[in-house]
Design a protein around this ligand. Structure first.
Ligand SMILES: C[S@@+](CC[C@H](N)C(=O)[O-])C[C@H]1O[C@@H](n2cnc3c(N)ncnc32)[C@H](O)[C@@H]1O
Length: 257
């Protein structure tokens, strides 16, 4: 009988190895092979964060690192073309993960992916591995991490929820379609270029904005949206220029009068 291969999906937090949880560190120390799905030269900050996590938290010999370039994202002209491209990207990512599970892990070994933040939020790895498990015999384990959403709230010293209230977590493109009725608090992720907060009525909302959270270049801005949106736009552009990349997450909070 052959021993099962295991693949761990470990949330590593955002920006700073200090966001690793004790459970994440324990899991990391079981790993034989770490898979890094990044394109060198493109996301070097994320590659170096993983290396800093290994250097800080792996007690003995470090796992073998297998770098695998991810298929490039393409942008479709229409909604339907975009959906088809997304499905094709998912299919190719699943094939890549299946190849890693089959060809880079020996029976009984433990492989892992260190994913940004928490793997349960806007990360396809859990879903991809569920598909892989249909064709390759693997046992999948998930270890939660500190998401950009939690890091944002802590950095601003706020709670995301008001007493008994609801909070919507959504993306920049979805926000541009409007804040749904009955929603007063919205966390926005994946807003790389659109500055989707400009699409909501600035006089009705406050914003709590955080960029490159957990890094030495972290910037936090909060206040009435109308008053601070121009400053956010300027800081964002300057960050992209100076730091080479910007990841931002923000809470829009309706002012209840
Ligand atoms: C693909 S999603 C991954 C989210 C991740 N799983 C999490 O739990 O935070 C990428 C988005 O996460 C947010 N993000 C990731 N790292 C961040 C950081 N250091 N500071 C602010 N937002 C970040 C941004 O909204 C970015 O567009």
């Amino acid at each position: 009988m052959t021993a099962m291969r295991t693949i761990l999906v470990i949330g590593m937090g955002v920006g700073d190895p200090a966001f690793m949880t004790a459970q994440g560190v324990e899991a990391l120390n079981r790993v034989d092979v770490l898979f890094v799905l990044e394109n060198a030269g493109q996301y070097d900050d994320r590659i170096s964060l993983r290396q800093r996590v290994l250097d800080r938290f792996v007690g003995g010999e470090q796992p073998r690192v297998v770098m695998a370039p991810v298929p490039p994202h393409k942008v479709g002209e229409t909604e339907a073309a975009q959906r088809a491209l997304r499905a094709d990207w998912r299919r190719r990512s699943i094939e890549l993960c299946a190849h890693l599970a089959r060809d880079e892990l020996a029976d009984g070994q433990v492989g892992a992916f260190l994913t940004a933040g928490d793997p349960a939020l806007y990360d396809g790895m859990i879903e991809a591995l569920a598909q892989v498990a249909e064709e390759v015999e693997i046992d999948v384990e998930v270890v939660p991490g500190v998401s950009a959403v939690s890091a944002l709230a802590a950095a601003h010293k706020i709670s995301l929820t008001r007493p008994g209230g609801a909070v919507l977590i959504t993306t920049g493109p979805r926000l541009t379609a409007g804040v749904p009725d009955g929603i007063d608090d919205v966390v926005v992720m994946l807003d790389p270029d659109q500055l989707a907060f400009k699409s909501v009525p600035g006089e009705d909302f406050e914003i709590y904005w955080g960029a490159n959270l957990g890094t030495p270049g972290e910037i936090l801005i909060s206040g009435p949206l109308r008053e601070v949106e121009a400053r956010i736009e300027r800081e964002r552009a300057a960050m992209r220029e100076n730091q080479g990349w910007v990841y931002d997450t923000y809470l829009l909070r309706r002012v209840l009068r």
